[in-house]
Design a protein. Structure first.
Lengths: 581, 484
């Protein structure tokens, strides 16, 4: 690390100084060289003049002598020329005190050239010439260079000072403040830092919330564990219906805690940390945890739970449901805990929006055009118009006493991610109807081609018959034939699969999970045979979390068994294009 | 300081008349050189250079000189210069009554073919206008230095309009209220530094103060002034000088019936001056600018005697000194000088020579008149110009037809030798001949030659810039000065 001053010295002052010094040195050398050349030329010219003067002296031609003196003064810049005969001054130019008896003094600025006349050594020519022959232009050039060098140094020093005032000082004092900085780049930097700080603060807040929630979850988990330990002793004293409800509640709390843990894992989305937000904004990641749940089961379960919960608050509350037959054996592909939470919240909203003690809540479920429509009707006070406009936006409450407005925004986000939606169908002072719609889940169709093989492994003959019916329907419909193999005993199936020459690209395996007490499960069988890619696990335990996780991990497709009873067409022709639900 | 627009010039004496044909003083010549242009001009080292003539040819025998006149030049009234202007001007000049003893043109014109008939015909037969730009000058005999003598303002071409004389030079001279005004000749293409010049008389003793106070910007003929700054160096005053330009002499009146008709006395005073005149006794301003020299020719000039021979000639007068001094006791010498400081009289008086009480300074006009016309004084302390190069240059002072010659220093033997020398074309023979002139001059002593002084112009360095570094001997042009 170096200080700014040293940085300036290294990157500005020193290079400039070296450049200036180099330039001056080069100029000095050049001027010196020119001076040498000029001196040489001058001496040569003087020698030439001496030759002429010598000739004039020989010929006693004073006019020519005077001419040579004239040239020496005018052209060579001679300061004095004296022709001496011993100490007698014969000729002297220009005017001055000097004479042959008193020759001019020589100094640094004067060059003295002395010549004895050829053949007449008693005559001597004395030329006094300026030693400094540099033309004014060289000196001006040198002066200008030197001046620019000095000015450049002064400018660098000034820039250094201005840098401290305009750049460093704002960096120190204003970068972390709310005061705008006049330098564009610094202002952008300040805004970036501000955003990073805001994000960090948010992260810190999120982490703080997370920590708090973790603590809360941990505490609740502890309580749930305690509850579970007391479960058997408590359940002995409960009626069967309440026993089931108690189990559902305990499991529901456990599921919520599990989801809470998942959601509580900080997810970094767009460089920000947020638990709830990340959850809402990164549906793809969250929706990897979706499962297929049977609508009827979950509606019934929720209603039971809410009855128990809300009646403790208001014994007069009435919660009922009406499920259309079309919904039987219908599945939706959702994140179960979230779905439960959504319904729970909506029912809570309906309960909390009551304007009088009397409050009826009804859940109607119907299947229309492969969509499950769930209507929650209440006799509450209705949703005010001004609230209705932004009801599904975050922060808007629907009029609950302690409402935060978070639930409906939560509900809409998730439903949208499941290709569903939520809306207020009607609302008035007599009550409100909330409509949820979710598309029915259908597995990808089993697409078969002519001469394909279907292998069914199930210990229930009834299931074999159902499958046979589906196969027969397909063959009648397509006019094609498939090869079907049925096994009641998983050992036989395993032997056959292991030994037969099977073209896996043309074979579909439909294997029950529960193959009897004495046999391994269908999931293990699929895994051990390595037919994960082409096998479907058919099971009634389609909501078993562990089984769901196992199938996900081992890439095994899981089909709820009730589905094969509800649907007419399980198989489709490969030559026909179908729209997959 | 603001750039000056009018050049103010100091002059040591009044210039007298400014008619070219009557030019007989160096002062007037220096001024008229700015208005009037001759065919040629003397350059450095005696080299003659074109002026109003573009070119010329010289016949082998140096008798015929044919000039091509520069007809691009114009007089200050716009009239074109032609060859006939020179013939007319010269012929006109010969008709004027000279201010000097001889006509100013005489030392050249008397050799022109047909000069003897001029009084009758009014024309010079030997000067012929061939065409508008061609002028032929034919001499009776070979004339080696003809070109040199055709230089100078007295040989210029001019137009006479009423009482004014118009020239082709860069300036027009107007003499008014003791001030000479030079204004620009708009028809001249010469490059001048000032469009306006004013010339006033400033006595030499006041020259230094006049420059310091700004009364004048330059002082010409500064060799007559006591300007120590030229030798000591000065921040304000600079000096522009050149070669030796003046003979300093004591003109001895050798006319019949006069003191110095006695040759022995002339030789005695010459010898006495040689003995008495040393650098130490010179006034301060002469100590560095008067090269004491008894000879009329400069060292290394053709005709120069070796020192020993010259000294021997001068020493011949020594035996007459006593008699000379004694004679002055009875008949004191009347000496006149152009300088207020009559230092020469002091030196001779200290040697025992007696002078009249009225000896001393008189004005230039009085002195000129006395020198050329009345011849009253016995000794004239005078200066006259050094000719450039050729030894014939002394003719104008010592020749029979010399333009500045006076009967007081006319010595036939010297004059005849000079006349003879004009025929010599071979310079190798000239030296021997002009050595005889030197010897004869020392024997006949038309004047006691004191020495030579350099030409000097002093100027204000903060106002004036001089275009050249070396002053030409005959260069009097004021166009070489520029304002800073």
């Amino acid at each position: 690390m170096i200080s700014i001053n040293k940085w300036f010295s290294k990157n500005a002052k020193r290079p400039l100084f070296l450049l200036g010094l180099g330039t001056i040195v080069v100029q000095i050398c050049f001027i010196f060289y020119i001076s040498i050349i000029q001196h040489r030329d001058q001496s040569s010219s003087v020698e030439n003049l001496f030759t002429i003067a010598n000739l004039a002296l020989e010929q006693k031609n004073r006019p020519i002598l005077e001419s040579t003196f004239d040239v020496a003064i005018e052209e060579l810049g001679a300061e004095q020329i004296i022709l001496c005969k011993g100490t007698e001054t014969i000729m002297k130019l220009p005017l001055g005190k000097s004479s042959c008896e008193n020759l001019p003094e020589i100094n640094l600025f004067t060059k003295h050239l002395k010549f004895s006349a050829i053949g007449r050594p008693d005559y001597q020519f004395h030329f006094y010439l300026p030693a400094l022959l540099l033309s004014r232009s060289y000196l001006v050039l040198f002066s200008i260079t030197f001046m620019f060098f000095v000015l450049s140094i002064l400018i660098i020093l000034k820039v250094q000072r201005r840098f401290s005032e305009d750049i460093l000082e704002p960096l120190e004092n204003k970068l972390l403040s709310d005061n705008e900085i006049n330098i564009i780049q610094l202002e952008e930097l300040r805004n970036k830092i501000k955003k990073v700080r805001a994000a960090r603060e948010k992260e810190a807040a999120a982490n703080a919330i997370l920590e708090h929630k973790t603590k809360v979850a941990h505490n609740i988990r502890s309580l749930v564990q305690t509850l579970k330990s007391l479960q058997s002793s408590i359940q002995e004293k409960l009626s069967p219906a309440k026993k089931n409800l108690f189990n559902d509640v305990v499991e529901g709390i456990g599921d919520i805690l599990t989801e809470f843990s998942v959601k509580s894992t900080p997810i970094k989305v767009n460089n920000t940390y947020s638990t709830d937000e990340a959850f809402f904004t990164n549906m793809n990641e969250i929706n990897n945890k979706r499962t297929r749940i049977e609508v009827v089961d979950v509606i019934k379960s929720i209603v039971k739970q809410k009855r128990c919960e809300l009646k403790s608050l208001n014994p007069d509350v009435s919660i009922s449901y009406k499920i259309d037959d079309s919904v039987s054996y219908s599945f939706i592909d959702v994140e179960e805990a979230e779905f439960r939470s959504i319904l729970s919240n909506i029912i809570n909203n309906s309960f909390e929006s009551r304007s009088s003690l009397a409050n009826k809540i009804q859940i109607n479920v119907i299947k229309i055009a492969e969509k499950i429509e769930i209507r929650i009707l209440d006799t509450g006070s209705g949703i005010p118009f001004e609230v209705l406009k932004s009801l599904f936006h975050r922060g808007t409450t629907s009029g609950k006493t302690n409402g935060t407005g978070y639930g409906l925004f939560h509900a809409k986000s998730f439903l949208n991610s499941w290709s569903g939606d939520i809306k207020v169908e009607t609302t008035s002072s007599k009550g409100t109807v909330i409509l949820l719609d979710i598309p029915c889940w259908h597995p990808a169709p089993f697409v078969l081609s002519n001469s394909d093989t279907v292998v069914i492994v199930d210990d229930d003959q009834l299931v074999h018959d159902i499958w046979k019916a589906h196969i027969s329907m397909w063959e009648k419909g397509t006019g094609k034939m498939i090869i079907s193999k049925f096994f009641l005993n998983p050992v036989d199936a395993e032997k056959w699969i292991s030994n037969a020459a099977i073209d896996y690209s043309q074979t579909t395996f439909l294997i029950d999970n529960d193959l009897g007490k004495n046999f391994e499960s269908g999931s293990s069988l699929i895994n051990s045979l390595g037919i994960n890619e082409v096998a479907t696990l058919v099971t009634n335990r389609y909501d078993d979390k562990n089984l769901i996780s196992f199938c996900r991990l081992n890439n095994i497709f899981l089909l709820p068994k009730p589905f094969i009873f509800s649907t007419e067409n399980c198989f489709f022709d490969s030559s026909v294009t179908y729209f997959e639900s | 300081m603001n750039k000056i627009t009018t050049l103010k010039v100091g002059f040591p004496v009044h210039w007298g008349n400014l008619i070219p044909s009557l030019q007989h003083t160096g002062y007037a010549d220096a001024l008229m050189a700015n208005q009037f242009e001759a065919l040629v001009v003397a350059g450095t080292g005696g080299v003659t250079q074109p002026l109003a003539a573009k070119s010329w040819t010289v016949s082998e025998d140096f008798k015929v000189f044919t000039f091509k006149v520069d007809t691009e030049r114009k007089f200050s009234n716009g009239e074109q210069l032609t060859a006939s202007d020179f013939k007319r001007s010269w012929e006109y000049g010969l008709t004027l009554d000279p201010k000097s003893s001889n006509s100013s043109l005489q030392d050249v014109m008397y050799r022109v073919l047909g000069f003897e008939n001029f009084n009758k015909t009014g024309h010079l037969e030997g000067v012929t206008v061939i065409d508008k730009e061609t002028l032929k000058v034919e001499f009776k005999e070979s004339f080696r230095m003809a070109l040199n003598h055709l230089a100078g303002s007295r040989m210029s071409a001019f137009i006479k309009k009423d009482d004014s004389y118009l020239g082709t030079g860069p300036y027009i001279l107007t003499d008014k209220d003791k001030t000479l005004y030079l204004s620009r000749n708009e028809y001249s293409t010469a490059d001048v530094g000032f469009d306006s010049i004013e010339i006033i008389v400033v006595p030499p003793t006041e020259a230094s103060d006049a420059l310091s106070t700004g009364l004048v910007d330059i002082y010409t003929f500064a060799e007559f002034a006591n300007i120590q700054e030229c030798f000591e160096g000065d921040e304000l005053i600079g000096c522009y000088s050149g070669a030796e330009a003046q003979h300093r002499s004591l003109m001895l009146n050798g006319m019949s019936g006069r003191f110095f008709e006695n040759k022995d006395y002339r030789k005695a005073i010459q010898s006495l001056v040689k003995k008495s005149l040393t650098k130490e006794v010179l006034p301060s301003f002469y100590q560095y600018n008067l090269n004491i020299d008894p000879q009329i020719y400069l060292p290394l000039q053709i005709g120069r005697l070796d020192t020993e021979t010259a000294n021997m000639e001068v020493a011949e007068g020594e035996k007459h000194i006593a008699a000379f001094i004694a004679a002055t006791q009875k008949d004191p010498l009347y000496m006149i000088t152009s300088e207020e400081n009559n230092w020469m009289q002091d030196i001779l008086e200290s040697a025992g020579v007696k002078f009249t009480e009225d000896s001393g300074f008189i004005t230039t006009q009085e002195r000129v008149k006395m020198y050329y016309k009345t011849h009253k004084a016995d000794v004239f302390v005078m200066a006259f110009s050094v000719a450039s190069g050729d030894p014939d240059g002394i003719y104008h002072a010592l020749g029979k037809n010399g333009s500045i010659g006076s009967p007081i220093q006319y010595r036939p033997s010297v004059s005849d030798l000079l006349e003879e020398g004009r025929h010599i074309l071979d310079l190798k023979k000239a030296d021997a001949h002009y050595k005889r002139v030197s010897e004869e001059t020392l024997r006949e002593v038309p004047f006691v030659h004191l020495g030579f002084t350099k030409t000097i112009v002093a100027y204000r360095k903060d106002k004036i810039k001089v275009k050249n570094k070396y002053k030409k001997r005959d260069d009097s042009k004021l166009s070489i000065y520029e304002a800073i």
